[in-house]
Write a protein of this length. Structure first.
Length: 106
């Protein structure tokens, strides 16, 4: 079972919401290059609230991700895009529903 995760919450600066959304979408290739990032979700939580949730097979993989290209890009863009510093929480997953079924992009 997946146990290790990160939960990142982001608050976009006024009128920067579209740029934050575009930035998060642009990070997908960087995450795809990380073999030990199991899942990665970019989330829109509200008008100016965004989030990232990702999972890892172990704590070393989680730490590597925190030192990786996505984190570097996030911190580089943070002063321009975010009203507050990104809130990065290391969390433990307590339960997971996994499926073999693959879904096509909508």
């Amino acid at each position: 079972m997946i146990k290790y995760a990160l939960l990142v919450t982001l608050e976009a600066k006024y009128c920067k919401e579209n740029e934050v959304e575009a930035f998060l979408k642009s990070a997908i290739p960087l995450v795809d290059a990380e073999p030990n990032t199991i899942t990665w979700y970019a989330l829109k939580l509200g008008a100016n609230k965004f989030g990232i949730f990702d999972t890892f097979p172990n704590d070393d993989a989680r730490k590597a991700h925190l030192a990786g290209e996505v984190a570097k890009a996030l911190m580089k863009k943070a002063p321009d895009l975010f009203a507050t510093d990104p809130q990065i929480q290391q969390v433990d997953v307590l339960g997971v529903k996994e499926t073999e079924k693959k879904f096509a992009s909508l």
